[in-house]
Write a protein that binds this ligand. Structure first.
Ligand SMILES: Cc1cc2nc3c(=O)[nH]c(=O)nc-3n(C[C@H](O)[C@H](O)[C@H](O)COP(=O)(O)O)c2cc1C
Length: 204
């Protein structure tokens, strides 16, 4: 695919076909991740693939404590804090799938990075390791999209339980837990944003 088409095709997908992902496609995506730019040449990134189904279930359900919010009343109570109807629609689609997508996906990837404790950071500059790991993640997601593979970058609110469970060393954080595979239904392209509403030339 042409690069621009890959960018346009990438979407968040939370439901997957029962079709194995070729090992080479996974390796290509992770290798592309490692080519991303990073702060101060510090590529502290590590990947964990959770392949064993039983262990994965334990990690997702008990260690990460990810859960699906399925009760419509609970969902609406949660959504009451938001004004944007568009945002509410995203949550109505995603909240019931937060655990299921991780249990069902053919692959589950953790992307980890090193960073000093947040409480010790005094400026946005010191968050550069977090910014950099997301460049790695986007390279991974785009390379997957090029192969017709899609996923969802789940960001744990509290990953300490999962870190302890998997033996992830102190000082290493989990940026995202990413279920991915071939989509159950083709994701479609999305509407895209209005560039002119966001572009400022010479001054805001
Ligand atoms: C930093 C970041 C955190 C996200 N966290 C979650 C998450 O925890 N759970 C989830 O289902 N989707 C998560 N998403 C996916 C977004 O909901 C999705 O990217 C957004 O709705 C735009 O849709 P698109 O990816 O199809 O363009 C996250 C995306 C990003 C970039």
């Amino acid at each position: 695919m042409k690069f621009h088409d890959v960018v346009r095709s990438r979407r968040t997908v939370r439901e997957f076909a029962e079709r194995a992902v070729p090992a080479e496609a996974v390796r290509r995506a992770l290798a592309a991740g490692l080519r991303a730019p990073c702060n101060a040449h510090l590529k502290s990134w590590q990947f964990v693939l959770l392949r064993d189904r039983e262990q994965r279930t334990h990690a997702v359900v008990h260690a990460l404590k990810a859960r699906d919010m399925r009760d419509p009343a609970e969902i609406e109570r949660f959504l009451a804090r938001f004004d944007s109807e568009e945002l509410k629609e995203v949550y109505r689609r995603s909240l019931p799938r937060q655990q299921a997508m991780m249990l069902e996906a053919p692959e589950l990837l953790l992307v980890c990075y090193r960073m000093k404790p947040l409480a010790e950071c005094r400026s946005l500059f010191e968050l550069n390791p977090l910014a950099s790991v997301w460049m790695c993640i986007e390279n991974v997601m785009l390379t997957l999209a090029d192969e017709g593979l899609f996923g969802c970058t789940y960001t744990p609110y509290d990953a300490e339980g999962l870190k302890a469970h998997l033996g992830i060393p102190a000082g290493t954080e989990i940026a995202a837990v990413i279920p991915f595979g071939y989509p159950k239904v083709p994701p479609g392209e999305g509407e895209g944003e209005d560039l002119d509403a966001r572009l400022h030339i010479d001054r805001w």
